[in-house]
Design a protein around this ligand. Structure first.
Ligand code: PMV
Length: 361
């Protein structure tokens, strides 16, 4: 059930013209982590993320009214890719009650990422974000709805969420919140994300994110398996309470400019995510020895210099380092000298906070 966006009666007229739509959508990195879900991809706790600028997916959909059995082609980075195609078409089919007319169309989807696959960057977030934006844009050009930009982006976030929970946050620039939490006024209904509404303090307006690639192998734990580990997890209740406290503390710190609280929450969230995985049944240790060395070196560097620098982790071994403009040169020097040697093939992606998706010509 996709409730309020369901529209099973929608059909396209016989003189329907062919066309093309193209969107670019960023990846995002969660500062308060979404971990655990229920129902149709709804989050057990609220999460808060920062949108990236250099890590994005570009997707275009070419469509025309089908003359018989609908034709479907999917190309990833210029080539057919069966594994990704299967996931995308399964997702498109699952939207039947929202977009029944997709079954009337021949569809060709072309998609590419700006970053290497398995770089520890959430590619499903940017990919599902870009795809959802294309689908809602097609709807707008076919039926002149959603009319208001705010409704457009809410629906894109809703559709993206059905593909990948974290993708709900990828349709916004800056910081986004997904999920109801007692302590944040955004208090969304869980079905789509919204932009962070507070006035962000200058210290957090333009953060950089250096992504240290400790390992670029396949993901050891799929997202679905990861979320399912929270079912009956011994620390589940405490985790939900912790996430709520962290949403409260982080959103306050982001407005007041309190760097110390920001660092405390962001690092606690990263380590809690990994601690939850270690305490799951079955358990997983996703950090590598180099990940641990990097975290220790970051702690030491911060204690010695007082510079604003903190880490976060996704469900994998790669490290995202967040820092501001004020000590940028020194921080980059530290990363290049002390942390780069610990990275796989010395790979680092220097990214920054981004301004959100873009419709492309
Ligand atoms: O969107 P999913 O199902 O891939 O889950 C993402 C989970 C984390 O990346 C670990 C946390 C988050 O909030 O993005």
């Amino acid at each position: 059930m996709n409730d309020y966006y369901e529209n099973p009666g929608l059909v396209l007229p016989e003189n329907f013209p062919h066309g093309e739509v193209k969107w670019k959508s960023p990846s995002n990195i969660a500062l308060v982590k979404y971990w655990g879900k229920y129902g149709p991809q709804l989050p057990k706790n609220a999460s808060l993320s920062m949108c990236l600028s250099e890590s994005f997916t570009e997707t275009s959909i070419h469509y025309k009214l089908s003359k018989g059995e609908p034709q479907r082609d999917f190309f990833f980075e210029g080539k057919a890719n069966d594994a990704f195609a299967k996931r995308i078409w399964k997702f498109i089919d699952s939207l039947d009650s929202i977009y029944p007319y997709l079954g009337q169309l021949d569809l060709q989807i072309f998609t590419q990422n700006s970053f290497p696959h398995s770089a520890g960057i959430a590619s499903s977030a940017s990919a599902m974000g870009a795809l959802a934006l294309c689908l809602v844009d097609m709807e707008r050009s076919f039926f002149s709805s959603p009319k208001k930009d705010e409704d457009f982006v809410h629906k894109a976030s809703y559709v993206a969420r059905l593909g990948s929970g974290s993708a709900s946050r990828s349709v916004y620039g800056g910081y986004a919140i997904w999920g109801a939490s007692k302590s944040v006024q955004e208090n969304t209904d869980n079905k789509f994300a919204v932009p962070f509404s507070g006035k962000i303090a200058p210290a957090f307006e333009n953060l950089s994110d250096a992504i240290l690639m400790v390992d670029n192998g396949q993901k050891e734990v799929s997202s679905s398996l990861g979320h399912s580990l929270m079912e009956g997890h011994p620390y589940a209740d405490d985790r939900l309470a912790q996430a709520d406290r962290n949403m409260n503390d982080l959103s306050k710190a982001m407005v007041s400019g309190d760097k110390e609280s920001f660092i405390k929450v962001v690092e606690a969230e990263a380590l809690s995510l990994h601690a939850l995985m270690m305490a799951s049944d079955p358990w997983f240790i996703l950090m590598k020895p180099e990940t641990l060395k990097i975290l220790q070196l970051v702690k030491k560097y911060r204690a010695q210099t007082g510079h604003f620098l903190c880490f976060t982790l996704d469900a994998g071994p790669n490290v995202h380092l967040l820092y501001g403009k004020e000590n940028e040169l020194e921080v980059i020097k530290f990363i290049e000298k002390d942390l780069k040697p610990l990275c796989h093939h010395h790979q680092i992606i220097y990214d920054t906070m981004g301004s959100g998706p873009e419709k492309l010509k």
